[in-house]
Design a binder for this molecule. Structure first.
Ligand code: KG4
Ligand code: ZN
Length: 339
């Protein structure tokens, strides 16, 4: 198999029907159809609506990605698909489509871990060498600090959240502040008009090396809003965001220093946060650490990240998954490719 495999990746773990195509580490196409607006009035993703939307969007998203990449299905070397974690019904639409394609075309199929693929999207920055790094993975369902040596063969988890994920905390606080769903981008926007040092919200688990807790912060923000009816909402949003950003970066930088790894990759939906990106740049520059953050459109869910991880697996000699593999709503980060 070529060291520059042509790979199509399918992502349907939540509300994005997404297909990406890469050749080796080069991104050729990244097409996303989101059902987010259909969920907005419910204040969260409704699994049944997401599954139906995937089913409707899938053929069109695949064709558009092939047209954008200027390749045909027959040209592909392998197909990758998110097998978990995620919403089971939503995942099944993607894995069924991927099985259909792989079987009819006679191509190898890789079931990939959604979390690992968030980190693997960093490989699409071809100007950078793939060096061992610390990964800060912050999404709607997960917040972890990991040691990344070989993305396609597994990572070492150093710590994670003991309650809410970072993105979940953004979404819950946004709801309290009566902002739109999803809450992360809405808080990011509102916080730009506020003072991030206006309120000193708690930094959870300051004594633990790499674990996070955001539930105390959530309670502190709700209590503050109840007790301060005249609160300036932008100051609350900015101060809440600052508390999260501070905890995430303090621990991620500690992991770099403790392990001696000089590269920090920040990935997952929350990595699109403008304050997190700016503060990460400031702190890593001061510490002499190289910062890698994917472009914002590759931080939130997409198919390019699935194709990127699959491509690394193919060129690294990782065997394809067994046809008929199952989807999992939870999956550990040390299992990047389904066997
Ligand atoms: O990675 P992702 O697209 O889906 C999951 O795998 O969960 O992450 C979605 C999460 C949501 O909680 C969303 O509010 C958050 O990422 N998010 C943000 C921003 N953009 C998306 N959080 C903070 N600031 C943002 N700009
Ligand atoms: Zn995700």
């Amino acid at each position: 198999m070529s060291s520059q495999p042509l790979v199509l990746g399918i992502e349907t773990s939540c509300d994005e029907t997404a297909v990406g195509i890469v050749r080796g580490r080069t991104l050729l196409a990244n097409v996303i159809s989101s059902s987010v607006e259909e969920h907005a009035r419910f204040g969260g993703v409704v699994p049944e609506i997401a599954s139906r939307a995937h089913l409707e969007a899938m053929p069109h998203v695949i064709s558009q990605a092939l047209a954008e990449a200027k390749v045909a299905l027959e040209d592909l070397d392998a197909i990758g698909v998110t097998a978990g974690p995620g919403l089971i019904g939503a995942l099944l639409v993607g894995t069924s489509a991927a099985h259909g394609l792989a079987l009819s075309l006679g191509k190898p199929l890789y079931g990939v871990n959604h979390l690992s693929s968030h980190i693997a999207v960093d490989a699409l920055d071809e100007s950078k060498q793939l060096t061992p790094a610390i990964g800060l993975l912050v999404s709607g369902g997960h917040s972890s600090i990991i040691e990344v040596k070989d993305m396609a063969r597994g990572v070492r988890v150093l710590g994670g959240t003991i309650d809410d994920a970072a993105g979940e905390a953004f979404d819950k606080i946004a709801r309290i502040l009566a902002l739109d769903f999803p809450g992360g981008p809405a808080i990011d926007r509102l916080a730009r008009q506020g003072n991030h040092s206006a309120i000193n919200f708690p930094r959870g688990l300051a004594d633990s090396d790499y674990n996070f807790s955001f539930s105390g912060l959530k309670t502190a923000v709700s209590r503050y809003l109840q007790q301060t009816p005249t609160a300036h909402r932008a100051d609350v949003a900015a101060s809440f965001q600052e508390a999260i950003v501070d905890v995430l970066l303090t621990k991620a930088l500690k992991a770099c220093i403790d392990t001696g790894l000089e590269t920090l990759i920040i990935a997952g939906g929350v990595a699109a946060n403008s304050r997190l990106r700016a503060e990460a740049l400031r702190r890593t520059s001061a510490a002499g650490i190289e910062l890698r953050t994917p472009p914002t459109e590759l931080c939130t869910d997409n198919g390019a990240m699935v194709a990127a991880l699959t491509s690394l697996a193919v060129s690294g000699g990782v065997p394809p998954s067994t046809i008929g593999f199952s989807t999992l709503s939870t999956a550990p980060l040390d299992q990047p490719i389904w066997q």
